[in-house]
Each structure stands twice: as C-alpha cells, then as structure tokens.
Design a binder for this molecule. Structure first.
Ligand code: ADP
Ligand code: MG
Length: 257
C-alpha cells in the first residue's frame, strides 16, 4: 500500500455501510481491505443514498472504489435490465481505464456482473463483438473511443438507454487533455441526466470543472472536498482583504478624529 493511501485511511470500516454480501466479500477477501480511505468514508454516505457528487481528492487516495462501490450497489438494487449497460465510467487515459476495469472485475467477483473496457488504438470491431456477446454492466472507456462508437457505429448507443450511473474520473485531466467538447457531446448523446446518478472526481476544482459539473450533474449535487487547500487559501485571502480594509478604515478614522 502506498504511503498516500496509508495516510488517508480512516476509522470507518466498509462493513459499517451495510453493503451487499457479494461486494463486502470482494472487498474483504479479494482486495483485503477493512478500513475506508477518507474519500471513501466521506462520499459513501451520500453516494449510497443516490446523490450526485463532485469530489475533490488527491491522487492515490482510493477514488476508484469510492465510485465503483455505489455504482455496483445501485445496479443490484435497480438493475438496468438485460442487455443494458448500468454504469459508464469515463477516464482520460487507456492505462487508467484499464486499471479501473481491473478493480471493477475484482469488486464484482461474487456478483453475476460483467465489466468491459474500451479505448483508442484497438480494433473497434473487437469492442462491438464483445458488446454483442454480452452487454457489460460496467463499461469503462476513454472519451475519444466512446464518442467514436456513439457517432460512427450502431451497437453501443441503444445499450446505454437505461444508464444508472455516470462517472467522470480525473475530470481536471480530461479538460487538460482537451476533451471538453467530447464530454459535452457525449453527455448530450446519453439519456437525460436526471434519470441517473452522476459523479465527478477531480484533484482540483477550478471554474472549468464547476462548469463541467453543471453540464454533467443534476443541479442538487453535493461537493465533497477532501483536500481543502483552495478553500483555506480563499478564506485567508478574504481575511487578508478584511484586515486591509480595517487598517485603511482605521487610518481614515484617526485622520478624521
Ligand atoms: P486514486 O484514484 O484516488 O488515485 P486509487 O483508487 O487508484 O486512487 O487507489 C490507490 C490505491 O489504493 C490502489 O492500489 C487501491 O487498490 C488502494 N486502495 C483503495 N482503497 C483502499 C482501502 N480502503 N484500503 C487500502 N487500500 C486501498
Ligand atoms: Mg483514480
């Protein structure tokens, strides 16, 4: 376990969240985890209740499980139906997409759920064959390949009609890599966002992420900030400005008096 992951562990246990037996067993037996990291402990209460969240958290703090667990739990309670994708995870790079899919496969070990990953640089017909053989319950994809399928092939789009959960992972990287238009187009091609749960994960929370949150999430989303630097910084700036103003006001008053 990396030192970042170790440092972010909390007292909260996965067992305290009343997860389904299959998910709990996978976490304990397949992954070997007992305690939640802070991002998991702080988001699971909201996400397991079905709320949309924007989550600001550092790399290596366990964001993958923070979105996979509520995604799996939701599709067990509210299945998308035979031949439909229940959860779509959009990830900026092939490597990250592949890692997320591996973790999802571990998490569904005791469930009858399928996971598929797709990204550019591979044969699109192979994606299509896999989709046709069995629509995955969890689909992890890079934005370019996803859009390519939605715009240029016929197979994927109808499979997304009952989507229960959309995740934008590493949203700041998605934007840094110039995927904003793709994400906007993608969200327009999916069924309306109020019919599903939406989550956005990012290491930073600048204004372009706030804009993206408005596009991809339902309006009443909750912001979970496990970093807090920017807010502290913002609070300090405000305090500094107030002090400045007070000093100027005091000088003014003393001059008048
Ligand atoms: P992030 O997406 O925040 O960068 P990851 O989800 O990739 O982080 O997790 C980083 C590492 O920590 C992974 O190896 C993951 O399996 C591990 N991990 C995640 N949650 C826990 C946990 N609760 N206890 C121990 N290790 C964990
Ligand atoms: Mg991650």
């Amino acid at each position: 376990m990396s030192s970042t992951t170790k440092e972010s562990l909390t007292e909260a246990t996965f067992a305290s969240f009343n997860l389904s037996d299959g998910t709990q067993r996978a976490i304990t037996e397949v992954m070997g985890y007992t305690n939640c990291t802070s991002v998991q402990a702080e988001t699971l209460p909201a996400t397991l209740r079905g709320m949309d969240v924007v989550v600001k958290a550092k790399t290596g703090t366990g964001k993958t499980l923070a979105f996979l667990i509520p995604g799996i739990e939701r599709m067990l309670k509210e299945p998308a139906g035979r031949g439909k994708v229940a959860m779509l995870v959009i990830s900026p790079t092939r490597e990250l997409a592949a890692q997320i899919a591996e973790e999802a496969k571990q998490l569904v070990r005791h469930h009858k759920l399928g996971v598929q990953v797709m990204f550019g640089g591979t044969n699109m017909n192979k994606d299509i064959n896999d989709l046709q053989r069995r629509a995955p319950d969890v689909l992890v994809a890079t934005p370019g390949r996803l859009l390519d399928h939605l715009q240029n092939t016929e197979t994927l789009r109808p499979l997304l009609s009952n989507l229960r959960m959309l995740v934008l992972d590493e949203a700041d990287r998605l934007l840094d890599m110039g995927f904003r238009q793709e994400i906007e187009k993608l969200t327009r091609m999916l069924p309306p966002k109020d019919g599903r749960q939406n989550m956005l994960f990012s290491a930073t929370y600048p204004s372009n992420i706030r804009e993206l949150s408005k596009i991809a999430l339902r309006p009443e989303y909750q912001l979970v900030d496990t970093v807090g630097d920017e807010d502290t910084h913002a609070a300090e700036t405000v305090r500094w400005k107030i002090n400045q103003t007070n000093t100027i006001a005091q000088r003014w008053c003393s001059r008048i008096i």
